[in-house]
Design a protein around this ligand. Structure first.
Ligand SMILES: [Zn+2]
Length: 201
């Protein structure tokens, strides 16, 4: 397990991958436990007078559990280093979970709470109560804000909603909470690709 791996590359150059396939762990665990312990695999490679040492997890920005997967990744990294392409890879962008077209204000509020506010105790309950009250606002007789498609909701609709909430005689601080809830939802929706929603946000 600890022998050095030397081999000839296709072009005749010798490649010294190092001990243990160029992988080790930097933790207090015994080497025999490395395949089971939760710590990251570390990559170590020397190529053309230069050392490359880093955590595989940090480099890939994800958890690599198994030794065989770490070995496969380490080999890909060595290929990139020898090809002079190491560090030029553009990391994959974080996947963006887009909210589907045709989502209503109420549906978006529910998705937002489920993804961003779940498990936050009273905050979750308060945001739920506020978005529910906002969704029930009648923009026009029989036309609820909650039923309006999110991409069609404009700043005027939100002002109408806030005006109606204000007319219920809430304290200024309570009204402010409603406004903050709307703004938080807006920012989140814009991040999720709802660029059409509320240009004046
Ligand atoms: Zn460990």
């Amino acid at each position: 397990m600890t022998e050095r791996t030397k081999r000839k590359l296709a072009d005749g150059r010798e490649d010294d991958v190092g001990k243990n396939h160029g992988l080790r762990k930097i933790c207090a665990c015994a080497r025999r436990n490395w395949t089971k312990c939760p710590h990251s695999w570390h990559f170590s490679y020397r190529w053309q007078e230069r050392d490359y040492r880093f955590s595989i997890d940090r480099h890939l920005r994800r958890r690599v559990e198994s030794k065989s997967e770490a070995e496969a990744e380490a080999e890909r990294i060595r290929v990139a280093i020898r090809a002079g392409q190491f560090g030029l890879e553009v990391p994959e962008p974080e996947p963006v979970e887009r909210v589907p077209v045709g989502t209503t204000f109420k549906e978006l509020a529910d998705i937002w709470i489920a993804r961003e506010r779940t498990g936050r105790g009273r905050m979750e309950a308060n945001e739920q109560a506020r978005t529910k009250a906002l969704a029930a606002i009648e923009l026009l007789p029989g036309r609820l804000l909650g039923a309006k498609l999110i991409d069609a909701v404009c700043e005027d609709d939100l002002e109408t909603a806030i005006r109606q909430i204000r007319e219920r005689g809430f304290a200024a601080s309570t009204l402010n909470h409603y406004i903050q809830t709307l703004r938080s939802m807006q920012r989140w929706a814009l991040r999720k690709g709802h660029r059409n929603w509320i240009a004046g946000a």
